[in-house]
Design a protein around this ligand. Structure first.
Ligand SMILES: NC(=O)c1ccc[n+]([C@@H]2O[C@H](COP(=O)([O-])OP(=O)(O)OC[C@H]3O[C@@H](n4cnc5c(N)ncnc54)[C@H](O)[C@@H]3O)[C@@H](O)[C@H]2O)c1
Length: 339
């Protein structure tokens, strides 16, 4: 029986990816350190969603713990590894940079080393649209230069791509990095804008819209990300030999994004409508009185916009969920979970 490892399985994307794989009858080993970067009860709720599956095993552990990672790989002999465990968030990397070095650098290094000594058919790992920094050229293509990160978070994600390239080249490990673009949906991350806005509006607080509303984000619904990851998992880059007789690294990087950037003010407008529709907020809520337009925050970027042509070409897939559909699902989940 082939085992799949999902790291960060109690996380937002990891839990939904695990669920989809389990629904397909796959055997999934999920690991997570369940840290308290955000409300741990949400991580517990996600694990509860997975607990009914016989083919799911959860192990609470840290990918920065090398002996534990080595033992895990030796015990299970994974066929496919999907590394989603990471310290996420751009702003928190200013407050707590060490968390990023631990999970995203040391943790990822441990995963690479484990794949080196316990060969896998494919290592898929989360990168991020943040690697594009403040690039002006849109849409962002994986062909573009990404050497100017504006946050430590982005620097660790770009470093992961470099480290993966090196391990693909030296040890012929097939690796694919996925640059996710602002993922949202039910059971999402409370540190992200749409979730934070909802919490604040519900408490009657004012929401801050950065860069005076002149931000555009390429939002991607979580189910679309999961579909993209699953398609990629099944198609590892092929090991080829170059003209010099040396192996060409089986290495790939793709964007997974909606490919339709939305202005933040329009996004908030749709969110408001869906929160009212789901009954999270009353019909007569005075939204204008609870909005404040403020300048950019350090580490933030004004626009993200994915060029998804490579993903379409190689995987025959591009995200399709509209913001209205996706935010409707979020609002309905929020109502059921919190109210
Ligand atoms: N959500 C997005 O918009 C987005 C965008 C770009 C990239 N990503 C990347 O996708 C991946 C998943 O993101 P998410 O939104 O599901 O975040 P998440 O924080 O919900 O999930 C990450 C999980 O990893 C766990 N984790 C962190 N450090 C760990 C460690 N050292 N050992 C074991 N577990 C650890 C956390 O407890 C968490 O449950 C991350 O790598 C993130 O950087 C997410």
């Amino acid at each position: 029986m082939s085992n799949i490892l999902v790291t960060g399985a109690a996380g937002f994307i990891g839990a939904f990816l695990s669920k989809r794989l389990l629904d397909q009858g796959k055997t999934v080993i999920g690991i997570d350190n369940c840290n308290d970067y955000y409300d741990v009860s949400l991580k517990e709720a996600r694990l509860k969603m997975l607990s009914g599956y016989d083919k799911f095993t959860f192990i609470k552990m840290d990918i920065a713990d090398k002996p534990a990672v080595d033992k895990l790989f030796a015990d299970y002999g994974f066929e496919i590894v999907v590394n989603l465990a990471a310290q996420a968030g751009v702003r928190y990397s200013i407050e707590n940079p060490a968390a990023y070095i631990n999970s995203n650098m040391i943790g990822f290094f441990n995963i690479l080393e484990a794949c080196r000594f316990n060969p896998v058919k494919h290592l898929v790992y989360a990168s991020s649209s943040s690697v594009y920094g403040a690039n002006k050229k849109v849409p962002f293509s994986t062909e573009d230069m990404v050497d100017n990160p504006v946050s430590l978070y982005a620097a660790t994600k770009k470093s992961n791509e470099l480290m993966a390239h090196c391990y693909s080249k030296l040890y012929s490990i097939p690796t694919t990095g996925l640059r996710f673009f602002t993922v949202y949906g039910p059971m999402g991350r409370p540190d992200m804008a749409y979730f934070g806005f909802t919490n604040k509006l519900l408490k009657g607080e004012t929401i801050k819209i950065f860069n005076f509303g002149n931000c555009e984000r390429d939002f991607t619904f979580v189910d679309d990300i999961v579909e993209g990851v699953i398609r990629v998992m099944d198609k590892p880059p092929i090991v080829k030999t170059g003209e010099d007789g040396l192996p060409i690294p089986p290495y790939a990087v793709y964007n997974i994004g909606g490919g339709r950037p939305e202005n933040l003010l329009e996004f908030v407008d749709i969110l408001q409508q869906e929160l009212v529709r789901a009954g999270v907020l009353p019909k007569d809520y005075d939204f204008d009185a609870h909005k404040e337009l403020v300048p950019m925050q350090p580490g933030d970027v004004p626009v993200t916009y994915a060029d998804t042509r490579a993903l379409e070409r190689d995987m025959g897939y591009r995200p399709t969920t509209t913001l209205k559909e996706g935010l409707r699902k979020f609002a309905e989940w929020y109502k059921e979970y919190y109210l």
